[in-house]
Design a protein around this ligand. Structure first.
Ligand SMILES: NC(=O)c1ccc[n+]([C@@H]2O[C@H](COP(=O)([O-])OP(=O)(O)OC[C@H]3O[C@@H](n4cnc5c(N)ncnc54)[C@H](OP(=O)(O)O)[C@@H]3O)[C@@H](O)[C@H]2O)c1
Length: 295
């Protein structure tokens, strides 16, 4: 049995489906007894941030996929619980910023602490250090549905956004194949794109002349706070975008090395998700101001 901690999140859900498609037995940890899970997934209700709620429930799991956000500071305790229950391996959803620092140090420190706790757990470990997930672009959906202009800070900020299906595919390999123990993979898309490039590609996918209009970062921050977002959201996003405007984020071929095929492109992602950017709904929220950067 493989257990996914954070199974209803973007990567957890896709990894769950990839493993089920391979015929692997998978358990999904969720705090919500009614969350939607794919048919065939075994539900474990508990809060990974309070490992005692999972006592006994994950015994017999051979490998864990872990979202640091779902576990928080309790990670060492959760890993110890798993180890005592017979778990031998952990795959951690980390961030490229650990190896290529960008943004505010306090956000990088959270991933560094999660990696350290995993490395010291006594389990075999694999770190998936991803750049920004393409799904972050969904934050622009409200603006795109309302008009042809996406407003945000740092038009020139460049990252090699990774398709979340590639992250899940690498996770599924690391959880089921030998040869990934002790490896840290930098997971990126194949090309470095500015925010303006990504908006243009969304335009191509939706058949719209979309453009990116740059706003002063302070205006973006004020808009996000006015929309009710906690301060850490603009801190995290604007901090990393400012750095990626100065120096592009990394581009790696680790996805291709692990999967044996080229990484998916942002254009692929945009074509698959075009429907989320059309449909005439009103401007959604201040969360739609900007994208990019590990969240
Ligand atoms: N977005 C990026 O660009 C990016 C890049 C690199 C790394 N990462 C990291 O990748 C990991 C996976 O991200 P993701 O977007 O797939 O999913 P996620 O945000 O980690 O969410 C996964 C699930 O965890 C549970 N969860 C969320 N917050 C929680 C909390 N405070 N306490 C307990 N459970 C919580 C929720 O499940 P239930 O409600 O079902 O319990 C949620 O559906 C995260 O650690 C993220 O920081 C993200």
């Amino acid at each position: 049995m493989i257990t996914i901690i954070g199974a209803t999140g973007t990567i957890g859900r896709l990894t769950l489906s990839a493993l089920l498609d391979q015929g692997v037995r998978v358990a999904a940890v969720t705090r919500d007894p009614h969350s939607e899970l794919p048919a065939g997934a075994y539900r474990i209700v508990g809060d990974p941030g309070r490992p005692e709620t999972l006592a006994g429930a994950i015994d017999g799991t051979q490998a864990l996929l872990i979202s640091p956000r779902a576990v928080g500071p309790a990670l060492a305790d959760l890993l110890e619980l798993a180890r005592r229950g017979g778990t031998r391996q952990a795959v951690l959803l980390s961030a490229a910023t650990v190896a290529y620092p960008a943004g505010l140090a306090k956000f990088r420190a959270g991933f560094e602490a999660a990696e350290l706790a995993t490395a010291e757990s006594g389990l075999e470990w694999t770190f998936l250090r991803s750049t920004d997930y393409a799904a972050n672009a969904l934050a622009w959906a409200g603006q795109v549905r309302a008009g042809d202009v996406v407003r945000g800070a740092y038009a020139a900020a460049r990252t090699s956004t990774v398709h979340e299906r590639d992250v899940a595919a690498v996770a599924a390999r690391a959880l089921t194949e030998p040869g990934h123990a002790g490896k840290s993979y930098i997971l990126t898309g194949p090309e470095s794109l500015s925010q303006a490039d990504k908006v243009r590609l969304l335009g191509a996918a939706t058949g719209r002349p979309l453009t990116f209009q740059e706003l002063p970062p302070d205006d973006v921050r004020a808009g996000m706070l006015a929309a009710g977002l906690p301060e850490e959201v603009p801190d995290r996003l604007l901090g990393s975008l400012a750095d990626y405007a100065r120096e592009p984020g990394p581009t790696s071929d680790d996805v291709e090395k692990v999967l044996g095929r080229p990484a998916l492109t942002f254009a692929d992602w945009a074509a698959e998700h075009a429907a989320a950017f059309t449909g005439g709904a009103a401007f959604a929220s201040g969360a739609a101001f900007t994208s990019g950067g590990a969240r």
